[in-house]
Design a protein around this ligand. Structure first.
Ligand code: NAD
Ligand code: UDP
Length: 323
């Protein structure tokens, strides 16, 4: 297949691109490098083309395409809070350009939506038929509402323009290539632990997240790309739920870092708990995550230590790593 990956130089997009190339697909990455990094796609590989462009502009790409994986969007809270209008217009205008492109090319589109469409959820775990609890004028709305609009637009192109559309709702995913300065919880904690700085826990640390390792997530994305006619939405995430405090403790244990904790205020509208119900993913895609959190965090620590030389384990860190 020939597949367009928007946002393909970012964390998830670059892993997806690698996996598509690995199985023999041709990949065209379109990315404005706003939070992406061309180094994620190096060394150059046969079958890969990189186009430096903003997804909000008309997509002028020649030739046939079988599918589009639409991942272009800021994703980390600090990134989207820094650029609120850019985030909203990327979700709205960018998604429209992608859908128009897919209609022209008769290509399947898979939208990378998010668990944030559930906001601060009132039902737990979150099933796809839950409509969510989002503050449309809160700071996180620039991301949450952009994705909710993107879902609605994708659905409208499926209904009224005959485009083969699919929506996946991705829950917190982590792994190698998460930038140390990305701002999300796993990369923050690992960078802080490796540098011997205190781990910044927001709120009382009792809020929960469910962490999915990137390789598992990419398998789910590819299953959705291949599932022609499957519209979703389908949750993709690891149902193993942990408190933020427990994530901090795990990172401290696995790095052997002497760092302590630094308590900071909880960001506005930070969801209290989050866990995907993945029954639908299992039934429709035959998908479930396979990587234990300890294993995934170990791999992420190793990557961050190897690739960011300023971040290193404290000498007293000879703690055996459990699996
Ligand atoms: P990321 O920031 O690493 O990647 C986003 C990519 O999109 C970057 O390469 C960035 O340069 C590119 N981009 C942003 N705006 C663009 C624009 N206007 N035009 C062209 N390129 C643009 O983040 P990620 O974690 O890899 O997230 C990828 C996608 O998955 C996003 O759509 C995000 O909303 C979704 N998602 C991710 C997670 C997660 O936990 N990682 C969870 C839910 C949803
Ligand atoms: N968080 C934290 N310390 C950090 C970064 C994040 O305590 O240095 C918390 C954050 O408040 C949230 C959870 O970790 O409750 C997950 O945050 P992240 O930004 O990774 O993703 P979110 O699920 O909020 O989009």
């Amino acid at each position: 297949m020939r597949i367009l990956v928007t946002g393909g130089a970012g964390f998830l997009g670059s892993h997806l691109t690698d996996a598509l190339l690995d199985r023999g697909d041709e990949a065209v990455v379109l990315d404005d490098m706003s939070t992406g990094n061309p180094a994620n796609l190096r060394p150059a590989r046969p079958g890969l083309t990189i186009v430096h462009a903003d997804v909000r502009a008309p997509l002028l790409l020649d030739g046939p395409f079988d599918a589009v994986a639409h991942l272009a969007s800021p994703a980390s809270p600090p990134d989207y809070l820094r650029r609120p209008v850019f985030t909203l217009t990327t979700g709205a205008l960018g998604t429209q350009q992608v859908l128009e492109f897919a209609a022209r090319k008769h290509a399947r589109v898979v939208l990378a939506s998010t668990s944030e469409v559930y906001g601060d959820p009132e039902i737990h775990p979150q099933t796809e038929n839950y409509w969510g609890n989002v503050n449309s004028v809160g700071p996180r709305a620039v991301y949450d509402e952009a994705k909710r609009y993107a879902e609605a637009l994708t659905t409208a192109f499926g209904d009224s323009r005959g485009v083969d559309t699919g929506i996946v709702r991705i829950f917190n995913t982590y792994g190698p290539r998460l930038r140390p300065e990305d701002g999300r919880v796993v990369s923050n904690f690992i960078a802080q632990a490796l540098e011997g700085r205190p781990l910044t826990v927001y709120g009382d640390g009792n809020q929960t997240r469910s962490l999915c390792y990137v390789d598992d997530l990419v398998r789910g994305l590819i299953a959705m790309i291949d599932a022609r006619g499957e519209r979703g939405p389908i949750n993709l995430g690891n149902p193993v739920e942990m408190s933020v405090r427990a994530i901090a403790d795990l990172v401290l244990r696995l790095t052997g870092s002497p760092s302590g904790l630094e308590w900071r205020p909880l960001p506005i509208d930070d969801p209290v708990r989050r866990r995907p119900d993945i029954t639908r993913a299992a039934e429709r895609l035959g998908w479930q995550p396979a990587t234990a959190v300890v294993t995934g965090i170990e791999r992420t620590i190793t990557w961050q230590r190897d690739n960011h030389p300023t971040a290193r384990v404290h000498p007293s860190s000879a703690v055996p790593l459990a699996s």
